[in-house]
Every structure is written in structure tokens, then in C-alpha cells.
Design a protein around this ligand. Sequence first.
Ligand code: ZN
Length: 114
Amino acid sequence: MKCNYCEYEVKEDCKYCPNCGENPKTKKKNKIKEKLAKVDNSNKSSNSINSESLFLLWGLLGFFVPIAGLILFIVWNKTKPKDAKAAGIGALARVILNFFYLSVYGIFHFIVNR
Ligand SMILES: [Zn+2]
């Protein structure tokens, strides 16, 4: 039979390929997939840590500078939906707070000037 890793001709009962040292009967494809999955996972975890820490930053930026938040929301809507949402929510929260403040201010004036 042939080794699944290096195509080297090995005996049927051979546990380790004399050429590459791997088990000739195990499937090469699975090992490659495992390796890719591991790389994928490490990439994903490092990405999620980065985006999570930035997530708050964009939310705060949107809150303190609603126009910037709105622009980021529009620009990132397709490329970075999570960051876009955070910036959008921050901007929206600030706008709602402003409306709330204005309405309270308006009611207060209405009562005082009556
Ligand atoms: Zn081999």
C-alpha cells in the first residue's frame, strides 16, 4: 500500500511510514482539515477579542459624536456589521437622550412660564 501522506510504498501492517513518520493508514485530508480548523479557531478568537474591545469604543464614539457614529454606521454597514451596529446604537442612544432632555426642558419651561 501507499502512505497517505507521502505516497511512499509501505508494508500493509506498517504503523509508521519509514519515509515521513506518520501512520500510513490515517487519512491525510482529515489532518489538514484539523490543522485548518485550529488556525481558523485561533484567528476567530483573536478577532473576536479585538472587535469586542473596539465594539465599546465605537459605541462610545457614537454616543459622544452622534454624527461620526452615523457615518461609521453607514460606511461599515456591509463590511463590519458589528462595529457599525455599535456605533449606530451609540448615536441612537445619544439622539434619544437629547430628545428626552429637550422634552424635559420644554415641559419645565412650559410650567415655569405659565
Ligand atoms: Zn509517508
